[in-house]
Design a protein around this ligand. Structure first.
Ligand SMILES: N[C@@H](CCC(=O)N[C@@H](CS)C(=O)NCC(=O)O)C(=O)O
Length: 199
């Protein structure tokens, strides 16, 4: 298996999940500003994460890759059983992080976003994080309760973007505590280190 990635981007979630399940994988960093013809012919979508499997198949889309990785090692318990009601809740969280939170941040990382667009993006990020902070206010450790899942990995990665965007986590103490909990995991530290991001 090989994971194509950009340091600290959403592909970090797939990277962490691979380490959580103890997968045997290679990493290849892409050059976002100058994507190689090889990468673009492999993945015409042109973005990461992209995971090539040993039989040559290519998986894309973080929410799908994360579930594939979780299902590759059920004993790691990173996702409820496929087909279960709980799995649908997990998919809802993955979808929320991907389409609401992740995409809310996008204008803040684009060089051509204007200040009005960035301000609207910050407002949206605040609304989404208010929701997550409220969710975590019932004392649960993770999105699904006390069971750590691939949705938490994705949330951790996106919440980390409050650092480089200057948003910070001061407004959301429950998310800040969640970040500390997830950051303490060996797989998370190993992935951050491998991407040159460890503190
Ligand atoms: N729909 C995709 C979006 C992936 C995505 O936004 N990837 C970003 C990094 S977080 C990327 O590769 N950006 C570089 C680019 O698009 O050139 C998914 O959920 O996996």
């Amino acid at each position: 298996m090989k994971l194509y990635y950009l340091p600290g981007s959403c592909s970090l979630a797939s990277h962490i999940a691979l380490r959580e399940v103890g997968a045997d994988f290679d990493l290849e960093r892409i050059d976002a500003a100058n994507k190689s013809a090889d990468f673009l012919s492999l993945n015409p979508k042109g973005y990461v994460p992209a995971l090539t499997l040993d039989d040559g198949d290519l998986l894309t889309e973080n929410a799908a890759i994360l579930q594939f990785i979780a299902d590759s090692k059920p004993s790691a318990a990173l996702a409820p059983a496929a087909g279960s009601r709980e799995r649908t809740h997990l998919q809802a969280y993955l979808n929320f992080v991907a389409t609401e939170l992740h995409k809310a941040f996008s204008p803040l990382f684009k060089a051509d976003s204007g200040e009005a667009e960035k301000e609207a993006a910050r407002k949206k990020v605040h609304q989404k994080f208010d929701y997550v902070n409220d969710l975590l206010s019932d004392g649960r450790q993770y999105l699904m309760g006390d069971s750590f899942s691939v949705a938490d990995i994705y949330l951790f990665v996106v919440a980390n973007w409050t650092g480089p965007t200057g948003i910070g986590l001061d407004s959301w103490p429950n998310i800040a505590a969640f970040q500390q909990r997830v950051a303490g995991r060996d797989a998370v530290q190993a992935a951050l280190k491998a991407e040159g991001l460890a503190a």
